[in-house]
Design a binder for this molecule. Structure first.
Ligand code: PLP
Length: 452
């Protein structure tokens, strides 16, 4: 299987190459050249456990890795998820399930992709003899998940920039209390946007990036999308036969990476009835799925901070399918988005996608009501999913983070702060962070001194 760029001006790459370089050389995102039809495999996959299913599914794409190598990487990636079925599906009532994706090391769904990506990188470093300096900026969960995916890996260092004083103290502790010698939490004097600007400048110095085997930690790596498809499939296979054709996944959404991973399965023939794109008050995608108008705006900080975005970086992948793989159209539309901040589409898939938008008030209300009705505690991201459940469908709501990560919001909603032993343990460990000016020169010097 080869992987092509959504913008059509890069040569096809193998799975390993596409994973290693992340963004395609023409600025596009990698997509499988063709999507396999997996309908005939579903019955045989029903008996598989999580890692077996993950190996079988990924082997359709990663055909340049021997199956036993891929299998080893997958096994290792999900060892750090203590639940036996990795992504437990819990039934709350007749028509409502919760898919818990928060049992990984940083208690958010991003661990599914970043544990796997870390082990894929490790395999590549070993195979090529190269080293890896991973660099990213975070406003919350991604940085922690990336750090834990690369923790103590040989010939690897990870540098994560974040705005000092502007992320929650638990989020900071997840990055700055690991005790690992190859992790650098860089607290930037400035905002998240400043951190991103600096990052862009550093990667813009291609010579520096090459010399230091610099790799970007972001949400657009192809392996992240494919790793995320697996838990949708795993959940779907566990539903009673009668419910499978009528299921709608309800997905708290920011960058459109998670829900896109599910939608790909529908493209591969899995009979999933729908996807509900649940946004917070930053409703870019809700506006898109109700009007066809994709228009970016300014970010308004919310109680669900990991969804506070106004540019959905994985949206380009969906766009590629909307225009039937016409890369010249993708280039033209991306150009228009860059120039004018918007584009109107008329052919998006209204039949399979629905959407909703939850304000902070809604988030607090849903958290309270779900707790009262089911005795179940949701986090503020998952709470957004309860804005518009479709009564005609069986809903599977994705629980994207553990509620203990957001104690302040939970106290406001239900008057108690849930705890988790992994987070409690962090509270007694020393914070090791490096305060830095938001200047490319200073960060480069730091990488120069501490990189591998
Ligand atoms: C990242 C994140 C999201 C949004 O996921 P996307 O793939 O960006 O749509 C939702 N909830 C939590 C807890 C997250 O960390």
């Amino acid at each position: 299987m080869k992987f092509v760029s959504t913008r059509g001006q890069a040569a096809p790459h193998t799975f390993s190459e596409a994973v290693a370089i992340g963004l395609a050389p023409d600025g596009g995102l990698f997509m499988p050249e063709t999507l396999p039809d997996i309908r005939s495999r579903l019955a045989g996959w029903r008996q598989l456990g999580y890692t077996g299913l993950c190996r079988e599914f990924l082997s359709l794409f990663a055909d340049d890795l021997p199956t036993e190598v891929l299998g080893g990487i997958v096994e290792k990636s999900y060892l750090s998820f203590p639940q036996p079925d990795v992504a437990p599906l819990r039934r709350l009532d007749e028509r409502l399930y919760v898919l818990e994706l928060f049992h990984g090391p940083t208690l958010a769904f991003k661990d599914f992709a970043l544990q796997l990506l870390g082990n894929l990188y490790e395999h590549q470093c070993a195979a090529t003899g190269r080293s890896l300096n991973a660099l990213g900026a975070t406003s919350g969960d991604t940085g922690a998940a990336a750090i834990h995916g690369l923790l103590s890996k040989p010939r690897t260092a990870v540098f994560i920039l974040y705005p000092d004083g502007r992320i929650s103290s638990l989020q900071e502790r997840q990055m700055a209390c690991t005790g690992a010698a190859n992790v650098y939490a860089l607290a930037i004097d400035g905002s998240f946007d400043d951190a991103q600007r600096v990052l862009k400048e550093i990667f813009g110095d291609r010579e520096f990036a090459r010399r230091h085997d610099l790799s970007a930690v972001n949400s657009i790596n192809l392996a992240r999308v494919l790793a995320q498809s697996v838990y949708y499939l795993h959940a779907w296979l566990r539903l009673p036969e009668a419910e499978r054709g009528n299921v709608e996944f309800v997905v708290p959404t920011g960058n459109f990476g998670n829900v896109f991973a599910g939608w790909l399965l529908a493209r591969m023939g899995v009979p999933i009835r729908g996807f509900n794109v649940a946004t917070n008050q930053n409703d870019l995608l809700h506006r898109f799925f109700t009007t066809g108008e994709y228009r970016t705006g300014t970010v308004h900080p919310s109680l669900a901070p990991s969804m506070d975005i106004q540019v959905a970086s994985n949206f380009e992948r969906y766009l590629y399918y909307m225009v039937d793989g016409d890369a010249a159209r993708v280039r033209a539309i991306m150009q228009e988005l860059k120039a004018t901040g918007g584009h109107r589409f008329d052919n998006f898939d209204r039949d399979i996608f629905s959407s909703s938008c939850a304000t902070d008030e809604d988030i607090l209300r849903h958290t309270r009501e779900v707790h009262q009705r089911y005795g179940y505690i949701v986090d503020p991201h998952m709470a957004c999913a309860f804005q518009s459940l479709n009564p005609d469908r069986v809903s599977i709501v994705l629980a994207t983070a553990h509620p203990a990560k957001f104690p302040a919001a939970l106290r406001r909603a239900i008057g108690q702060e849930p705890v988790h032993p992994a987070l409690e343990a962090l509270k007694s460990r020393p914070i090791v962070k490096h305060r830095m000016k938001a200047e490319a020169g200073a960060i480069k010097a730091f990488i120069e001194a501490h990189g591998v």
